[in-house]
Design a protein around this ligand. Structure first.
Ligand SMILES: Cc1cc2nc3c(=O)[nH]c(=O)nc-3n(C[C@H](O)[C@H](O)[C@H](O)COP(=O)(O)OP(=O)(O)OC[C@H]3O[C@@H](n4cnc5c(N)ncnc54)[C@H](O)[C@@H]3O)c2cc1C
Length: 414
C-alpha cells in the first residue's frame, strides 16, 4: 500500500459516489467507497436510464404552482404527497415554488447546461470506449404530452442554449412509433440525448473499474462523520469499524442529509420517491426512449425488458412503498401504446435525492475543510453524476475546475 497518497472515503456507491471515487482514484488518491448495499442498489438501480446531456430544463417552472392542486387531487397523477408527511415536506415545497420564478429558472437552467453538456464525454472518460459503446446509446429522446401541451418555457430554454429540438407532428411521431395512440398528436425530439440499456449494469461497471484501478468498496453503513482536527481529516464511524481519511465525500443520495445533521449542517434535501415497472415480456419495439411529460414517467427499452419509470411521491425515507403507483405505470404505458401486451411486471421504488432548485449540492461543506458534498441530483443523476464526480475531484485536487462551481455550492441556501 502506497501510504504517501492522500486517502479519501466516499460515502455511497451510487452513480454519483462511484463516479467521484473513480475520478479520485485515477488522479492519485487511495479511495474507499463505503455503502451497506452493493454498488448501484439505490436510486441508481431502477431509473429510466435517460442520459439527457441536451437538457437544461429545471423541474419547477413558471405556471406549475397552478397545476399542483389538480395533481394532488389525482391519486393516479404524476405527483402525490402523503398527507401525514406534508408538514415535514412543506419548507422544501415552498422553496420549490420560489425556484419556479422565471429569473431563477434561467440561472438554474444555465447551471444545468454547464454541468450536463459534458456528460457523455465524462461517461466515455470513466468507461473507456468499449464499455461506453456496450452500455450507452446516443439515439435521442422524445418528449410527449397526452392532450394539450405548453412547451413555451422548455423551447425558450433550449433555444437559449442552442439545444437541438425537432417538433414532431402526428405523422413524424408515427414514423418513429407506428403503434402510438391516435390521441397523441405531437412531441419533441431531442436527437442528441443518450440513454443506457441498463442502469444497474452501468453503475456496477463503475464499481468494477474502481476496484480494478486499486480502489476499495466496503459493505458498511456510515453512522457518523467525526472531524479529527486540521490535516488529520475525518473519522467515519460505521456499523462495524472506525475508518479515517484525509478527506470524506458524502455521496449518499437521499440519505446524505442525515449524515450531515450531527455536524450542524442543514441542507434542503427531500426525497422524491419514484417507481418503476420492468416488463421482461412485451411486444413493443421502442427505438427511441420517451418521456410522457403529463404523467411524469419515461418508457425505455432496456436489455432485460421494457421499463416504465418515474412519477413523484413525497413521503419521506421511511414509509413503505405504495406498489399501486408502480402498477399504474403499466396502465400508463398501455394508454400510450394501446396494442402493448406484457407479461408479469417487476415493481420497484427508489429515492431520488432532490433539492428544491433541481441543482445538486457539490463542493466543500461550510466550516468543514476536507469534507465534500456530492448529492442532490434529483431526476438527473444519470446525466449529472459523472460531471459532478469530475468537478468534485477537481475541487479536492485543487486543479482548475472544468466549470464554475459556484451555482452548486451549499452556500446558496445560507
Ligand atoms: C423512478 C426513477 C426514474 C429516474 N430516471 C432517471 C433518468 O432517466 N435519468 C436520470 O438522469 N436520472 C433518473 N433518476 C434519478 C437518478 O436515479 C438519481 O438522481 C441518481 O441515481 C442518484 O444517484 P446517487 O448516487 O446520488 O444516489 P443513490 O443511487 O441512491 O446512491 C446512494 C447510495 O448511498 C448509500 N447510503 C445511504 N446511506 C448510507 C450510509 N449511511 N453509509 C454509506 N452509504 C449509504 C445507499 O445505500 C445508496 O447506495 C430517476 C430516479 C427514479 C427514482
Amino acid at each position: 500500500m502506497d501510504t504517501s497518497k492522500p486517502t479519501t472515503i466516499v460515502l455511497g456507491a451510487g452513480v454519483v459516489g462511484l463516479s467521484t471515487a473513480l475520478y479520485l482514484q485515477r488522479s492519485g488518491h487511495r479511495t474507499t467507497v463505503i455503502d451497506p448495499l452493493p454498488p448501484g442498489s439505490g436510486a441508481s438501480f431502477g431509473n429510466a436510464g435517460l442520459i439527457s446531456n441536451d437538457n437544461a430544463v429545471p423541474m419547477a417552472l413558471p405556471g406549475m404552482l397552478g397545476k399542483v392542486p389538480g395533481w394532488l387531487a389525482d391519486r393516479d397523477g404524476p405527483l402525490v404527497v402523503r398527507p401525514t408527511y406534508l408538514p415535514r415536506a412543506l419548507p422544501w415545497l415552498l422553496r420549490w415554488i420560489t425556484a419556479s420564478r422565471m429569473p431563477r429558472v434561467i440561472q438554474i437552467s444555465d447551471a444545468l447546461r454547464a454541468l450536463h453538456r459534458d456528460a457523455l464525454s465524462c461517461w466515455q472518460e470513466l468507461l473507456g470506449p468499449e464499455l461506453y459503446a456496450d452500455l450507452i446509446r446516443q439515439v435521442g429522446q422524445v418528449r410527449l404530452w397526452e392532450g394539450v401541451s405548453d412547451t413555451a418555457v422548455e423551447m425558450a430554454l433550449c433555444e437559449r442554449h442552442g439545444i437541438r429540438v425537432e417538433r414532431l407532428d402526428a405523422d413524424a411521431l408515427r414514423q418513429i412509433y407506428p403503434d402510438i395512440s391516435p390521441g397523441i398528436t405531437g412531441g419533441l425530439l431531442m436527437p442528441n440525448n443518450a440513454s443506457t440499456i441498463s442502469p444497474p449494469r452501468l453503475v456496477r461497471t463503475l464499481g468494477e473499474l474502481l476496484v480494478a484501478a486499486g480502489g476499495a468498496i466496503v459493505a458498511e453503513s456510515a453512522m457518523k462523520i467525526i472531524p479529527r482536527g486540521g490535516a488529520a481529516g475525518y473519522m467515519v464511524m460505521t456499523n462495524v469499524a472506525n475508518r479515517s481519511a484525509h478527506r470524506v465525500v458524502i455521496a449518499a443520495g437521499a440519505w446524505s442529509r442525515e449524515l450531515l445533521a450531527p455536524l450542524g449542517i442543514k441542507v434542503p434535501l427531500e426525497t422524491e420517491r419514484g417507481y418503476h415497472a420492468m416488463m421482461p415480456e412485451h411486444n413493443l419495439t421502442l427505438r427511441i426512449p420517451m418521456l410522457i411529460k403529463n404523467r411524469g414517467f419515461g418508457l425505455a427499452q432496456m436489455e432485460d425488458g421494457l421499463l416504465a419509470a418515474g412519477t413523484v411521491e413525497i413521503a419521506g425515507l421511511r414509509a413503505p412503498p405504495d406498489e399501486r403507483r408502480a402498477r399504474l405505470l403499466v396502465g400508463h404505458a398501455k394508454r400510450v401504446f394501446p396494442k402493448l401486451e406484457v407479461g408479469e411486471a417487476r415493481y420497484w421504488m427508489g429515492h431520488r435525492p432532490s433539492t428544491p432548485d433541481s441543482l445538486p449540492i457539490l463542493g466543500e461543506a461550510p466550516g468543514q475543510p476536507g469534507l465534500f458534498l456530492a448529492f442532490g441530483h434529483g431526476h438527473l443523476g444519470m446525466v449529472g453524476g459523472p460531471p459532478s464526480g469530475r468537478l468534485v475531484s477537481q475541487l479536492i485536487n485543487g486543479t482548475p475546475p472544468a466549470i464554475d462551481p459556484a451555482p452548486y455550492a451549499c452556500a446558496r441556501w445560507a
